[in-house]
Structures are given as C-alpha cells and as structure tokens.
Design a protein around this ligand. Sequence first.
Ligand code: ADP
Ligand code: MG
Length: 393
Amino acid sequence: MTTQEMNQAFEQAYGRKAEKIFFAPGRVNLIGEHTDYNGGCVFPCALSFGAWLLIAPNADKVLRFKSLNMPQEYSIQLSAISPQPDRAWCNYALGCIDIITRRHPEAKLQSGYDLLYFGNVPAGAGLSSSAAMEVVTARAFTEEMGWTLADDKKYRTELALIGQACEHEYAGVMCGVMDQFASAQGKKDHAIYLNCDTLEFEHVPVKLDGIKVVITNTHSPHHLDSGAYNDRVRQCHTAVEQISKVKPIKFLAELTPEDWEQVEGAITDPIAKKRARHVVGEVARTAQAVEALKQGKIELFGELMTASHVSLRDDYEVTGKELDTLAEAAWQVEGVLGSRMTGGGFGGCTVSLVRDEAIETFKAFVGKEYEEKTGLKADFYVAEIGDGVMRLE
Ligand code: ADP
Ligand code: MG
C-alpha cells in the first residue's frame, strides 16, 4: 500500500485529510537469543515493513482509533485515557499517549485526534508488529504534545522506553526493550549491538554482497507462553545463585566461556546448568558474530547463527518441531550460510542468510520439507534492513 492510498483511506475514514504520516519498522534478531534478561547483548535489525500512522487533530476532545488491519474502532474521551478491556488493539497506542504525559509532565495533549493505522508486519510472527505500533505512536505524539529531544539518539531511546512501558502496562506483556529499541534506533543496512541492561549500543554495518536475510514464518500455533518464559527466567536465577557461591555475579552474561569451566560444577540443578550454558555460550557467540561481521567474515557469522540454534534447541529447549524442521532443512541447502530460530521460540520465525542464487532452491526445499514433516505451510520474506521510526509527511 502506498502512502497516497493510505491518505485516501484516511479521507474515507474521517472525511478530511490527514495532517502527518509516520512510520516505524518491525524487527528481526540476527543473534543473541534469551540473553537480554541475563544482562547480555542482542543483535537485532529493523525491517522495511512495519506500521504507518496517519493523524489529524479534531475539535472533539476525543481520540478516534481506526486500523486498516482491524475491524474494531475505538473512541476514547481525553478525560478517560486508561487501559481498555478485551485485549483492545488501541491499547498499544493509547498506552503510549498516557505514558508520554506521565514520563514528561510538560507534554500536553492540546486536542483530540483522529488516527488511522496500517501495518504490513506478518501478524503473530514474532516480528514485533506491537513494538512498531507503539514506537510509531510514541514518535507522533511526543511531537504533537510538544516534548522531543534535540539529541536524536537519546530521543529514540526514550521512544523505545515509552513503547516498552506501554507494552507492560496496557498490553500486560512484560517484555524486554529489544523490540522497541530496534524499531526506534534502526538504521538502513546496519544491525544494533545492544546491551539491554545498560542500553549502550552500536550500529554495525551489515554488508551482504550477494546474500539476503530470509525470514521464514512457521505459522505455528505454538508460542513461548509466559509460563515457559518465566520458567527460563527462574532457572537462570537459580544458576546465578548457585554460581555466586564460588564467584559472585549479578548476571550470567558476566561469565566468559573460560569462567564457565571454573564455575559450572557449582550448579547442582541439571536443568539450570543447561540453561546457563546456553546463555554463557550465546553471549560469547554474539560478541564473536559482531566481530566477524566487522571483519567481513560473513561465513563465520552464518556458522555462529547455526550454533545459536543448536544451543537453543538442546540447552535452552525453546525451539520445538516446527522451528527445528525449518532450520535443519535450511542447513542442508547449498548456499545457506546459517539459519536459526529468532524471537522467543516454539513458534514464530527463523532467520537465514542465503546466497542470491540459492534463494529459489531454499524456498522450494525448505517449504516442501516443512509441509511434509509438520502439515503446515511456511511463508518466506526476503528482508531489507531499514531505518528506524520516522516522519514521512
Ligand atoms: P507481534 O509479535 O507481532 O508483536 P503481538 O501479539 O505482540 O505480536 O502484537 C500483535 C497485536 O498488536 C495485535 O493483536 C493488535 O492488537 C496490535 N496490532 C499490531 N499491528 C496493528 C495494526 N496495524 N493495527 C491494529 N492493531 C495492531
Ligand atoms: Mg509483540
């Protein structure tokens, strides 16, 4: 859909023209999985698909929410901004507006607004359509409410934190900050090496001559539910506690693979030991992968992606049949440099590095293997690494 078509849709919906258009991207994490809440780094990049928001102020002291992706429409009085029931989609937007005023009391909502959203991130694929929606809303309304920062990096980090707080308070999902951060700080043809604990980050060029990032959607109904997620968090805590008896640490990410050999004997719980082994290995792999990319060693980067999947499958146990089938089929294709699950796990997507000339074979072979082994159909997206949130018009 073009912005011209979106403008027409806005006019049809509200009977007048939109005043401004904003865009924020979805994201994919290239490596560094389940490291974020262990004090480690992640390495996501923003995608060229995401969420668009068109807005115009109104004279009615009301926020009207419409989406080209959703049948429900909402009308919220300015005096009654609070979480809406029944998993209302407007929560991802309304929450941001509320949180802007709470984090920045000088920000003022001067009038009501008519809003129209459009998204093209595949739904429920774990590519963060929700973060895109939050960040685009935070970007638009900080500007409308008269609170921005001259320091662009700090401003974008704050947009990510507003989005994350919205997800916690209005959607009830206690996520880390990676998704919103990638959507806010993305940069074309760069990935973001981010420490989710300190929010220090670095844009690293992703030069892929003749190679594409291919995202494969499992369309699996399985998700990493909050129970399985919380179990992993707890098991990592157990490992930290037991390790701390021989070497005091706050996070597993503080341990190098050499440290690990010294301390692993202190973990008596065998499950906690496996979980911790993944985290320590993944933190080191992510650092190594970033270094490989900087040195143009793209084959090594691919191998580390594959090693990440193996660790998530065998030690962290968050892959499941669908993701394993996709990754294991991808590894067999000549011209695939690496392939791994991305996101929380069980369902969602894999991310693969594939040489241009192998893309058709990759789709055909992986698609066929997947359908034969799971009865499901996979979808493929050849991803472009795009910029973070922006105003378009
Ligand atoms: P994801 O992994 O894509 O972030 P979530 O379940 O976290 O999946 O977020 C998806 C939810 O975000 C949708 O159910 C909907 O409520 C909201 N959402 C995302 N994009 C849009 C959109 N374009 N219009 C309306 N709501 C949207
Ligand atoms: Mg989400």
